[in-house]
Design a protein around this ligand. Structure first.
Ligand code: SF4
Ligand code: SF4
Length: 214
C-alpha cells in the first residue's frame, strides 16, 4: 500500500513510505529492530535503526521548517548506518508495527547517492566500493566469482592486505573457487536494473547529481 500520500512531499519519509509501504510514523520506538541488528554494535553503525526511524519522524514533524528538515535529512542520509546494514532483515521481521526497516536502509542508500549526501567515512566508502564491484560483476557475467570480486574490490579500495589471512581458510572450506562459473545471460538482470532506475526517476526526476556507486 502507498502510504506516502499523507506525508509532506519532497521528504525522505515520503519516499520511504512509498517504497516500503509503511510510514515511518508507524514506528513507536520500541527498539526491537536495534536490539536485533547484528551491525548495531560499537565501532559499526553510528546511529541505530531505531534512531534512523526517529530522524525520519522528526523530518515529518519539522517539514514546515525547511532548514530544520534539511538538517534532519542530512543526518539520516549522511549516517554510516545504511551502508553498514547487512540486509539481513532481522529488523523487519522483528518489528511489531510491520515497518520494513531493511527497506528503509535501501531507500536511504539510494537517496544519499542521488543527493550526494552520503557518509564519507572509510567504512561507508568501503561498503559503496563493494556494492559497486558486486553490481558490475553481476551485470557483466550474471554470476559472482568470489576471487575476482575480492581482487577488484581490493584494487578499488587499495586496501590490499586486510583480511588476507582469511583467504586460505576460506579456500580450504570450499568457499573460494579458483575458476569463475560459466557466464549467464544477463539480459533479465539488466532489464530489472533499468526498470528500477526508470521507476526511481519517475519518483524523483533524473539523478543528475548522483555520485559514487549506483
Ligand atoms: S522495531 Fe519497529 S516499532 Fe520498534 S523501533 Fe524498530 S521500527 Fe520502530
Ligand atoms: S537488515 Fe540491516 S538494519 Fe536490519 S537488522 Fe539487518 S543489518 Fe540491521
Amino acid at each position: 500500500m502507498d502510504h506516502s500520500g499523507s506525508l509532506p512531499t519532497g521528504t525522505v519519509s515520503s519516499l520511504v513510505a512509498r517504497a516500503t509501504g509503511t510510514s515511518p510514523l508507524a514506528c513507536y520506538q520500541c527498539g526491537r529492530c536495534a536490539a536485533g541488528c547484528p551491525q548495531n554494535v560499537a565501532g559499526e553503525m553510528d546511529l541505530s535503526p531505531t534512531q534512523i526511524l526517529r530522524l525520519l519522524q522528526l523530518e515529518i514533524a519539522f517539514a514546515t521548517d525547511p532548514s530544520q528538515a534539511a538538517s534532519l535529512q542530512r543526518r539520516a542520509l549522511g549516517a554510516d548506518t545504511p551502508w553498514l546494514c547487512a540486509g539481513c532483515q532481522a529488523c523487519s521481521s522483528r518489528c511489531p508495527q510491520g515497518v520494513d526497516v531493511a527497506g528503509v536502509m535501501d531507500v536511504l542508500r539510494q537517496e544519499s547517492l542521488r543527493r550526494g549526501l552520503y557518509s564519507g567515512s572509510p567504512q561507508a566508502r568501503s561498503a559503496m566500493a563493494l556494492h559497486k564491484t558486486f553490481m558490475e560483476g553481476v551485470l557483466r557475467r550474471g554470476r559472482i566469482h568470489e576471487l575476482t570480486l575480492v581482487a577488484l574490490y581490493k584494487l578499488r579500495t587499495m586496501n590490499l592486505f586486510e583480511d588476507a589471512l582469511l583467504g586460505p581458510a576460506m579456500f580450504l572450506k570450499g568457499k573460494l573457487h579458483l575458476l569463475p562459473p560459466a557466464g549467464h545471460d544477463t539480459t533479465a538482470v539488466r532489464r530489472a536494473v533499468e526498470s528500477l532506475k526508470r521507476r526511481r526517476e519517475e519518483w524523483h526526476g533524473p539523478a543528475a547529481g548522483e555520485k559514487g556507486s549506483g
